[in-house]
Ligand binder design. Structure first.
Ligand SMILES: Cc1cc2nc3c(=O)[nH]c(=O)nc-3n(C[C@H](O)[C@H](O)[C@H](O)COP(=O)(O)OP(=O)(O)OC[C@H]3O[C@@H](n4cnc5c(N)ncnc54)[C@H](O)[C@@H]3O)c2cc1C
Length: 387
């Protein structure tokens, strides 16, 4: 009995942990290309950059944990092909994550990226010496980096090609709120702005505007690491294609986390998610399947982002919506946005409302519908929809 896990990130670690928690007694090997113990990525663009969190606190477990649990960890090793894996296996779990999408414009080499611990350390070091920072990309990671830079007293600019921030995942009300909050704290937000080229200390836009920057960081999305699956002839779409049990087209090979595209009732179709919840819950689901207790993966998606002192928490998936309802008053800095498709609640964004987010998660998981007029009424008890 043996399990090989390729990828020593959030999902890879959790698979090994959950296998032992389920009582799996066979051999477990994690092969990861990074030269570190498995660690969490969320602090890399938040507490670690700000110096509020120490590097040792990002690691999911200390080295002794893996020894005690008899989990073999092979770090610093990139698996090139599934035909030559470092160990043989009965079950294989692909937890290879995703990598940064890179700029392709002239001068692209002047930009830094932030995905790994090493990259976070490099950005942190460069931030210390920089007076001005330009972040290309107004998504979660880009905005978190801009907030951290500003909190460290830097002159910070966000350049976004879309007409609003976080356009891929958030309603216009949420985008507007975050834009105002960033601007109120001194971040310069340039929307509808296209990068033409980079110079060592400047970003040049298509309209020839030049934005000075001691440090340029790009956060323009990721690409799933699906090459191993592709080369092995496994089905691949927007990531490695898996079924509802997270099995690839080879039933002995699973794929989880950022690299996997799976069928989700929350998406009304296939989706690839990039979140801690998704990596952890999919890993747990696969561990159960390997232990002879297969169950379809049905966990409700949730996500969070911290920018300045603002916490955004999302329950469900805000994709393909046709109606949004504002609950509460953004000027109070505590409000939610409910997302509907054809009158059915699909997602809830909660801003500085942890308790409401927890209720929203339960609503989404239970497929409980809160009618749009009820959601709009701040006096309506959301929990009553769960009864
Ligand atoms: C800066 C940042 C901030 C984030 N903040 C949040 C947040 O606030 N909330 C949230 O929910 N999510 C957040 N995320 C997303 C979350 O961290 C990811 O969704 C999660 O880490 C995915 O886990 P994973 O195991 O699928 O992939 P990863 O954690 O990326 O791990 C994959 C590992 O596989 C390795 N690998 C790839 N190919 C090979 C190979 N061929 N051989 C060996 N090893 C290989 C990679 O090097 C990597 O170490 C953030 C991500 C980043 C980058």
């Amino acid at each position: 009995m043996s399990v090989l896990i390729i990828g020593g990130g959030q999902g890879g670690y959790q698979t090994a942990f959950s296998l032992r928690a389920e009582g799996y007694g066979g051999s477990i090997t994690i092969v990861g290309e990074e030269p570190h113990l498995p660690y969490q990525r969320p602090p890399l663009s938040k507490g670690l950059l700000l110096g509020k969190q120490q590097e040792r606190h990002v690691f999911l477990r200390v080295a002794e944990f893996y020894e005690k649990q008899n989990i073999r960890l092979i770090s610093g090793t990139h698996v090139q092909s599934l035909r030559e894996t470092p160990v043989s296996y009965e079950w294989l779990v692909l937890a290879t994550g995703a990598r940064n999408r890179h700029l392709t414009c002239p001068g692209a080499e002047h930009a830094l990226y932030l995905r790994t611990l090493d990259e976070s350390q490099a950005v942190k070091q460069r931030l210390e010496a920089a007076a001005s920072v330009v972040v290309i990309g107004g998504g979660f990671v880009g905005l978190e980096i801009a907030a951290a830079a500003r909190m460290l007293g830097k002159d910070a600019t966000v350049i976004e090609a879309q007409p609003r921030l976080m356009a891929r995942v958030a309603a216009p009300e949420v985008s507007q709120y975050f834009r105002e909050q960033h601007e109120a704290r001194g971040v310069r937000v340039l929307l509808n702005s296209f990068v033409e080229r980079l110079e060592p200390n400047a970003v040049i836009l298509r309209d020839e505007t030049s934005v000075q920057a001691d440090l340029i960081i790009a956060g323009i999305g990721v690409v799933p690491n699906d090459e191993l699956a592709r080369e092995a002839g496994l089905a691949v779409g927007n990531g490695i294609s898996v079924d509802e049990f997270l099995r690839t087209s080879n039933p002995h090979i699973f794929a989880i986390g950022d690299c996997a595209e799976y069928p989700s009732r929350y998406a009304d179709g296939r989706v690839r998610l990039e979140s801690v919840q998704n990596a952890v819950d999919q890993a747990t689901c696969v561990a159960k399947a390997i232990c002879g207790k297969p169950e379809p993966y049905t966990a409700a998606p949730w996500f969070w982002s911290n920018q300045f002192d603002i916490q955004l928490q999302t329950a469900g998936l805000a994709i393909g919506f046709d109606q949004t309802i504002l609950r509460g008053d953004p000027t109070s800095n505590k409000f939610s946005v409910f997302y509907y498709r054809e009158g059915i609640l699909k997602a809830v964004d909660s801003i500085n409302q942890a308790a409401e987010h927890m209720t929203a998660r339960k609503l989404i998981a239970a497929k409980a519908n809160v009618a749009p007029d009820q959601a709009a009424d701040a006096g309506f008890d959301l929990k009553s929809a769960l009864l």
